[in-house]
Design a protein. Structure first.
Length: 135
């Protein structure tokens, strides 16, 4: 009979642990370490703490909430949650750890900005969808 729903069988779990250790022992990096933002997680977390202490509002020119202070208690997936943004993106050679290259933006603003090549989305005008008669 198989393992209970939602749990790994002990031998399967041991196999996964041994496989991970063998990959690390061979000098292979695991997927999380290949992302430069996580390669030195302690430095990145410390930088984020300093940014949260020093910056208080979003500085992106297309922010829909200009001048509104960050709510640091929001869940990380909330569109208004503060998020670290690289001014020169890592994909274009920017450093994820240099204080001069990072700033805080709202999560939504950071996603809209992308790596800096996207044009910001704007809300459609109120008269963009005219109706044929008054309701």
């Amino acid at each position: 009979m198989g393992a209970p729903h939602g749990r790994l069988h002990r031998t399967t779990w041991l196999h996964l642990v041994r496989q991970r250790h063998s990959l690390v022992g061979q000098g292979r990096r695991l997927s999380m370490a290949t992302n430069p933002r996580y390669a030195n997680g302690h430095r990145r977390r410390e930088l984020r703490k300093r940014l949260l202490a020093s910056e208080h509002e979003c500085t992106w020119e297309h922010c829909p909430w200009p001048g509104e202070p960050f709510d640091k208690t929001l869940h990380k997936d909330d569109p208004k949650a503060p998020e670290v943004d690289e001014i020169v993106p890592i994909s274009k050679g920017g450093s994820p750890f240099a204080r001069s290259n990072v700033r805080l933006l709202h999560r939504w603003c950071n996603q809209q900005r992308g790596n800096g090549t996207r044009t910001p989305k704007t809300a459609p005008a109120a008269d963009a969808f005219p109706t044929s008669r008054a309701w």
